[in-house]
Ligand binder design. Structure first.
Ligand code: ASP
Length: 300
């Protein structure tokens, strides 16, 4: 038994010039979450804070700096799960929320599990979460990328899977001092996505899962394939059969590839405070620390 925290900043092709920002961004997020755990904070608080740090970091495809959809708008999805109670909260297609993970947490604490679009934003307003202009979520770099995508769309219409793209979804799994597990995921979705398209990230079981009796997981990668195999739940269930987090992560990604030809990555922390990850994309930004480690390891 011990505390643990692992974050990811997306699996895919990460260009050389972005490596440092991804490594440092995930390290900083892990640091913020770990400090909360060390002070005796809850796994939910640690996950929320780590994900906020990455949503606010334009290096990642979450919050500010997310990919734009075909209409040139940012549309965000996020989810969170509490392994103690199995309470879960998710939002999708929100366009005026700076930190969708905060909204997902409010949904988790409510009588609902999943709110979308305008209704989710109305719920945000009722819970004193400020709505912002969509333009504030769009960075010059993403606008430039969008112009290029318009000239040459990255997703072929009708293609069921796109081999490997640049992804940058963020996620975190934490285990606190009391052995409570929590997980969260936040994304701007795929590059130049069809308006209304939602991937795995806000889907409980696919993009996120947490259960104190086993552990928790957060997925990233090609959402349509991850959804079809309910990847996060698949990985957490493997923990129940005695796998280590590393083994469970490898088995889940192997299943994703074998069963539906999918690409992506997953991070896992188990209830004993061990962490593991796996991916079948060229890279996945991640950072982790468990009790007994002197410092955070951040790798790509
Ligand atoms: N899984 C996300 C989606 O399909 C993308 C990502 O992980 O970067 O929306």
């Amino acid at each position: 038994m011990g505390m643990a925290l692992i974050v990811h900043g997306g699996a895919g092709k990460i260009e050389e010039r972005h490596l440092e920002a991804h490594r440092e961004g995930t390290r900083r997020a892990a640091q913020i979450g770990w400090q909360i755990l060390q002070r005796g904070g809850s796994a939910l608080d640690a996950v929320e804070a780590a994900v906020i740090a990455m949503e606010d970091d334009p290096a990642f495809d979450a919050g500010i700096g997310s990919f734009l959809d075909r209409e040139g708008k940012v549309s965000l999805d996020a989810s969170m799960m509490d392994g103690r109670t199995l309470d879960a909260g998710a939002v999708a297609g929100v366009e005026h929320i700076k930190n969708p993970i905060v909204l997902a947490r409010r949904v988790l604490e409510s009588e609902h599990t999943f709110l979308i679009g305008r209704g989710a934003e109305e719920f945000a307003r009722e819970h004193n979460i400020t709505l912002i202009d969509n333009a504030l979520l769009r960075t010059p770099e993403q606008i430039e990328l969008w112009e290029k995508c318009r000239a040459q769309p990255p997703i072929r219409e009708g293609a069921r899977y796109v081999p490997v793209q640049g992804f940058g979804t963020v996620g975190c799994v934490a285990v606190d001092r009391d052995g409570n597990v929590a997980a969260g995921t936040s994304t701007g979705g795929t590059k130049f996505k069809r308006p209304g398209r939602v991937g795995d990230s806000p889907l409980i079981g696919a993009g996120v899962y947490a259960d104190n009796t086993r552990g928790g997981a957060s997925s990233t990668g090609w959402g349509e394939s991850i959804t079809r195999v309910v990847l996060a739940k698949h990985a957490v269930d493997a923990l129940a059969s005695g796998c280590t987090p590393r083994e469970a992560a490898c088995a889940a990604i192997e299943y994703l590839a074998r069963r539906v030809g999918g690409t992506g990555g997953i991070i896992i922390a188990d209830a004993r405070g061990r962490v593991g990850f796996a991916y079948n994309t060229p890279r996945m930004a991640r950072a982790y620390i468990i009790e007994g480690m002197a410092d955070i390891v951040a790798e790509i």
